[in-house]
Design a protein. Structure first.
Length: 259
């Protein structure tokens, strides 16, 4: 009997040991699976963070069709704009020819109410005592229901009663105006511009008519609106009882805020 009891105890102990071994084996497998899942989750998180950071630092390309008048001739472009994640245009190229990236506005062919300035420009606000601001290069000006807006870096803001000047010869108008040369009147619609070359000629682009004129003259050109008048040949402005000379250099002045 004692021998049988010992044998039974041995068999019981062996079964218990096998059960414990199985439990330990299952626990070990679960721990391995858990650790693998944890590593996988960490890898996915690292990849996702890396892709996010990459997107933050990567420019993207948008394609547009533009047109521009050079010497009275209309030139169309297929343009590609490189844009940062902050909405800032850093480069403008074309697939077929070089764009003249001076102060001459570029007009969007697919949006008749929108223009792009390839250079820094000066915003003059006669209704605010002749206040002037800088507009950054590659800013857009667009019209919505007759109201002009400035857009830059994905920010947009309504513009006050004002006009845009390149500090040299070009005047860009945001509302209706009338240009007078030698008693002859020329209507300017919003998004039109005038280039005045003193003692030589005055060039006019009427946006609404998509019409470009070159007037050979040695006379002054005077632009008038309800709020101000400009001698585009002498670069002077009159508003109320005041007259002042427009700034020629404006890179260091305050930028028009879109906040």
């Amino acid at each position: 009997m004692r021998v049988d009891n010992k044998e039974n105890k041995k068999r019981v102990n062996k079964k218990t040991a096998r059960r414990e071994a199985k439990k330990e084996s299952k626990a070990g497998k679960k721990e391995v699976v858990f650790r693998l899942l944890l590593v996988l989750i960490l890898l996915v998180a690292i990849v996702a963070i890396g892709m996010y950071i990459s997107r933050l630092n990567t420019d993207y390309i948008e394609n547009y069709n533009f047109y521009q008048y050079i010497g009275g001739r209309k030139i169309s472009y297929e343009g590609a704009m490189k844009i940062t994640n902050k909405g800032e245009i850093t480069e403008l190229t074309t697939t077929d020819m070089n764009i003249q990236l001076d102060s001459t506005p570029l007009y969007y062919q697919d949006d008749e109410n929108k223009a792009l300035f390839p250079a820094n420009m000066e915003l003059v606000v006669p209704t605010d005592n002749g206040q002037v601001y800088k507009i950054n290069r590659f800013s857009d000006v667009q019209l919505e229901s007759g109201i002009a807006y400035l857009e830059y870096r994905d920010k947009i803001k309504e513009l006050p009663q004002s006009f845009i000047f390149d500090g040299s010869n070009l005047y860009f108008f945001l509302s209706n105006a009338t240009l007078t040369i030698d008693d002859e009147e020329y209507k300017l619609t919003p998004l039109s511009y005038v280039c005045a070359y003193n003692g030589s000629s005055i060039e006019i682009y009427n946006k609404e008519k998509d019409e470009y004129q070159i007037i050979e003259t040695d006379s002054y050109g005077i632009v008038e609106t309800d709020d101000y008048s400009i001698n585009v040949s002498l670069d002077t402005i009159k508003y109320g009882d005041k007259e002042q000379l427009l700034l020629k250099k404006f890179d260091e002045i305050q930028t028009f805020s879109l906040d």
